[in-house]
Design a protein around this ligand. Structure first.
Ligand code: MLT
Ligand code: ZN
Length: 449
């Protein structure tokens, strides 16, 4: 046992310092298999004070630290690269009491999204963000990437849910702001600075979250349409005419076929269509009559499947939720999570398909239509960097973002200057220096080295 391990063992206990290479493997590779590196060791503190102890030991030993939650990240932001200590937050999974008056709860950074949703449901409430990796993704990781998911059009991304946080700086000092005051007009938003900081500023240990009402009636519909523009038109009409629109997800024939084949499930319709729009509503009164009325007058809806009971809704959602795992069965995907303004989406899609085709690769496209957020999953790219560069430049030209909800990580740090001005990059670098002067936290992530 080396000196660092024994010092860390004194902080967290010997069982919580992992050096066994076989066990380390689960922490060293990201979900896609694209990003992997060696960890010096993994340390699993139980609480904030142990996190502070770990950071002090690492700072003293001048060892870089990679904070990690559920390891569901897709941009290499939570896995080691070159002998760092991986600081796993999974054990900080405490769920505080739900405050029904404020509609808030404080949870540990390592609590999973699913656990938080179940906890809120027990109090008659819900959490505003949801996404397919819910059983493993942790709140801390989701704050650090400003995760979005499938309900952003209704409740916003993680940024809109965070009303307080507790975090530890590399010198062991603690920033604690967990009161969750709905009104607080007192200067710089330091908690807000941590949202989307990708573990580069401080180690998040707890978060105070806003909760949202649980809708009494829910309805899900999968609609077949001709193309992305038609899907946008239908979205606009149900947005205006049907109460409680919560999700609007798009996928295409190719992706649906892979999902159905790999998961042995039936498609929504007997006929195959080019484009599918999944819409989900939650409201006090059943939105189904309004939905039926909105769809009845439209000749651009080629087919529809509507579900109101839980099991049937889940069946429709499986076509969409299954994409990520289905894509992985084709090989290690190049995942480009991008967003462009709605009016540019169809033109951008056209260009994206052309870029991938010219590269001789295969594109599986799906995403969150209301935010113009496409997930371009590319299989078989011979030169991923050149392809990524072409897509990132196209995104920037359309006034979009190189990362809509997955974060920058190591995957896209190089391209950040395409979408952030020199002034912004200088302020970001100065922010990094102020919080983490020794550059110990997640080096190489977010900001180009
Ligand atoms: C999703 O929308 O399913 C997630 O962002 C994961 C992915 O892009 O594969
Ligand atoms: Zn997504």
């Amino acid at each position: 046992v080396d000196e660092l391990s024994s010092r860390l063992a004194r902080v967290v206990g010997p069982d919580q310092v992992i050096t066994d290479r076989a066990v380390l493997a689960g922490y060293e590779t990201d979900w896609t298999g694209r990003f992997a590196g060696r960890a010096r060791l993994v340390v699993r503190p139980a609480d904030r004070d142990e996190v502070a102890g770990v950071l002090l030991v690492c700072r003293d030993a001048r060892v870089a630290v990679v904070p990690q939650g559920g390891n569901t990240g897709l941009v290499g932001g939570g896995v080691p690269r070159d002998g760092e200590v991986v600081l796993s937050l999974r054990r900080l999974d405490r769920l505080g009491p739900v405050d029904p008056i404020a509609g808030q709860v404080t949870v540990g950074a390592g609590a999973t999204l699913a656990a938080v949703r179940r906890h809120a449901a027990a109090a008659g409430l819900d959490f505003g963000v949801d996404l397919a990796a819910r059983e493993s993704a942790t709140i801390g990781g989701m704050v650090n990437t400003n995760a979005g998911g499938i309900r952003v059009l209704r409740w916003g991304s993680m940024r809109a849910q965070v009303v307080g946080a507790e975090a530890v700086l590399t010198d062991g000092r603690v920033l604690r702001r967990l009161a969750g005051l709905p009104k607080d007009s007192t200067g710089y938003d330091l908690v807000g600075t941590l949202v989307g900081s990708e573990g580069t500023l401080a180690v998040l240990t707890a978060v105070r979250l806003r909760l949202v009402p649980r809708p009494r009636r829910q309805v899900t519909a999968t609609l077949a349409v001709a193309d992305t523009v038609a899907a946008q038109r239908v979205l606009a009409s149900v947005r205006a005419g049907v109460p409680g629109l919560t999700s609007a997800e798009i996928f295409y024939a190719d992706g649906l076929r892979i999902v159905c084949d790999t998961q042995s499930i039936a498609p929504p319709f007997r006929t195959s269509y080019t484009t599918y729009l999944l819409v989900d509503f939650g409201a006090e009164d059943d939105p189904t009559p309004a939905l039926a009325a909105a769809l009845a007058s439209r000749d651009d809806v080629l087919d529809s499947a509507i579900a109101t009971d839980e099991a049937a809704r889940r069946t429709l959602w499986a076509h969409r939720d299954g994409h990520t795992e289905a894509v992985n069965t084709l090989g290690v995907p190049l995942k480009l999570d991008v967003g462009v303004p709605a009016p540019a989406l169809a033109e951008f899609e056209h260009e994206l398909r052309a870029i991938v085709e010219v590269a001789g690769a295969r594109l599986v496209l799906f995403g969150h239509l209301a935010e113009g957020n496409f997930h371009a999953n590319v299989i078989g790219a011979h030169d991923p960097d050149t392809l990524t560069d072409a897509v990132m430049r196209a995104v920037a030209r359309y006034g979009g973002t190189i990362s809509a909800e997955h974060g920058v990580g190591v995957a896209k740090a190089r391209w950040l200057p395409l979408v952030r001005s020199p002034v912004e990059l200088e302020l970001m670098a100065a922010t990094k220096r102020a919080w983490d002067p020794d550059g110990l936290l997640n080096p190489g992530v977010l900001l180009p080295r």
